[in-house]
Design a protein around this ligand. Structure first.
Ligand SMILES: *Cc1c(COP(=O)(O)O)cnc(C)c1O
Length: 305
């Protein structure tokens, strides 16, 4: 458990660098004499890697958007390396090695893999006891798909690495001491995880498909609108969302205006811009019945804009 996934990234990195060695834990973030490199696919670089760098490590990049060879990872793994950092999300799948290959190669060199899956759903059939996940550290945000406390995060994975995460975190005097999690957040996240495990993921997907289909059917009756189904969603989760429910034939709709009207109405509805010519509407966080509220507001807004 950590406060927010971003701090889980710092804790996981500290755990990989210092392990449970009390001297190394006390020394962080001074890395003098410690192994100080973390390998990352160049195509995975993004703003969320800051807390990893915040531990003081240097990121060593491998591969290109066009592709990465297993030998590049093999070659990059040096005695200096403490971990491989993997981002699961929209940055995944652009010329990177398969995660399975990364974990196999890294494990063969006793280098752990930190998988940032902050915005992901529980990976079907790969959670829990699966050896692939159990050989790495996997991070989930408590406030995203888990619907738990916004400022909580979850780290699961290899037992000895989890011990090292603990050793580097509060209440110990360590780099993670300021990242204390409150009792309220702990109970909140635990409850969120328990509720999440009961969710029928297939049923949820079917419900989202139904919602998107119903939205499209209703909105496509507006002349000039041709809403589409978009899959997967922006975080790469296997769930559908609706794309471009705005008028594209003249007079084209001003998407910025639509976004503003939706956000400032009652209830506020937050949608993402889809490039210059549309918006995405994602049913992911809706409770039963709210899909109709969203549809009513969309119909009203599109007709007003
Ligand atoms: C959202 C996200 C985070 C941050 O999660 P918080 O719980 O808000 O800290 C980190 N990494 C990735 C890939 C994310 O999508």
């Amino acid at each position: 458990m950590s406060p927010a996934a971003q701090r889980a990234q710092s804790l996981a990195t500290a755990a990989c660098v210092a392990g449970t060695d009390p001297a190394a834990i006390r020394q962080l973030p001074d890395l003098t004499g410690l192994k100080n490199e973390v390998i990352i696919h160049r195509s995975h670089r993004n703003g969320y890697d800051h807390p990893v760098r915040g531990v003081g490590v240097k990121l060593v990049e491998i591969g290109y958007m066009m592709g990465t060879f297993p030998w590049e990872l093999e070659h990059a793994i040096m005695p200096q390396d403490r971990a491989v950092l993997w981002f699961q999300g929209p940055m995944t799948g652009h010329g990177d090695l398969p995660l399975k290959t990364v974990i196999e190669i890294a494990s063969a060199h006793q280098v752990p893999v930190i998988v940032d899956a902050s915005a992901q759903c529980r990976p079907p059939k790969t959670s829990g006891a699966s050896p692939r996940w159990a050989r790495s550290l996997v991070i989930f945000s408590g406030g995203k798909d888990l619907h738990g406390p916004q400022s909580s995060g979850l780290i699961v994975g290899r037992k000895d690495l989890i011990e090292a995460v603990r050793a580097n975190g509060s209440p110990n005097h360590a780099l993670g001491r300021p990242m204390k999690v409150s009792k309220e957040e702990i109970i909140g996240l635990l409850t969120a995880v328990q509720l999440y495990l009961e969710i029928d993921q297939e049923g949820r997907k079917a419900r989202d498909e139904e919602t998107v289909a119903r939205w499209r059917q209703a909105l496509n009756r507006i002349p000039g609108v041709q809403a589409e189904r978009s899959f997967p969603n922006e975080a790469g989760q296997p769930l559908p969302r609706m794309a471009r429910p705005t008028r594209r034939r003249p007079p084209r709709q001003d998407c910025d205006q639509v976004v503003d009207l939706l956000a400032t109405g009652e209830p506020a509805i937050i949608v993402a811009l889809a490039g210059a010519d549309g918006i995405f509407v994602n049913p992911m966080t809706l409770s039963p019945g709210e899909d109709q509220i969203v549809l009513d507001r969309l119909l009203e807004t599109l007709q007003a804009a």
